[in-house]
Design a protein around this ligand. Sequence first.
Ligand SMILES: [Zn+2]
Ligand SMILES: [Zn+2]
Length: 353
Amino acid sequence: MKAAVYFNPEDIRCIDIDSPAISQPHEALVKVIGTSICGSDLHLYSGAMDPIMEKGQSQTGHELIGEVVETGNSVGNFKTGDRISMAYSCSCGECYMCEVGQTAHCETTQKAVYGFGVPFGNMNGTHAEFLTLPYADAHAIKVPDSISDQAALTLSCNLPSALIANKLADIQPGENVALIGCGPTGLMSLEIALQKAEGNVVAIDKLAYRLKVAEEKGANVINSSEEGWQELAMQHCQGRGFDKVIEVVGYPETLQMALDLIRPGGTIAAIGVFCDQEFNLVLADVFLRDISLHMNGFANVQPYMWESLRLMERGVIDPASLFTHEFKLDDIDKAFKTFYEKSDDVLKVMLRP
Ligand SMILES: [Zn+2]
Ligand SMILES: [Zn+2]
């Protein structure tokens, strides 16, 4: 079968590999209908995780809409022909961490993540024609026909993460909110935040075309690549700082932006995927200003998949509208390059085998 495999930084190729087969009773074999590329995959693509990837072996991809082809004997929630999505992290549903909702820290699978190389469980990936899901019952979900393939793909990672960002921020009606990062997950976080604080959300990004989308959704927008952006932002909260800041990028600079924008007693929900080892957090500042800082980039998606589905079914949010490009799996290199370079006003890409 065809599958995308990591070779080198900026070199992920679609090659022929052996097709997967069920080897455990808790596994399901799934035919990929569609998949996508996540912002976190760009850490792979850029080479930031090069030392931990097995070149020519490690598969990529963790966002799925697929059809069940075969199930192991102990799989009870799904049958052949079911249309499903899954959480990006493979969790067992029975260990202590799964029971307390920390599914990304599953003790049985040792924090296994689809398509992220040997340190994350050496799992197969969704950028392929087929894949197996161990412990399928615990972290996959049936998708109703009314949900499009594109929308369903966001159940694996982006939409539950956006929901988590909003839970952590705990926005109260009328509060001033700043949202840093208008990629797909940022824009979904924005849509949910706007339900609580309509008219009071400032979206910040460096890319004009992404800010345009945020503006159309109802946000006040500020381009942080322009001189004086911070003063401009502060005008939206009477100069005292924002009640809540949601960060959806994952760089030290953007976390610093969040700290610069938050008011005393405010809450920061940082769900960007941070790969840097160090950050100069001034403890006295955080302590004296009574800042609550939540960081949850390694998101516990599974517990929020059902609620994400409800948001879509009720028409509260429409993630399909964020899909701007579709590629064949064969053209995975082109898809990665487009998304990485943010060319052609790309937001979310769909890949079909
Ligand atoms: Zn992801
Ligand atoms: Zn577990």
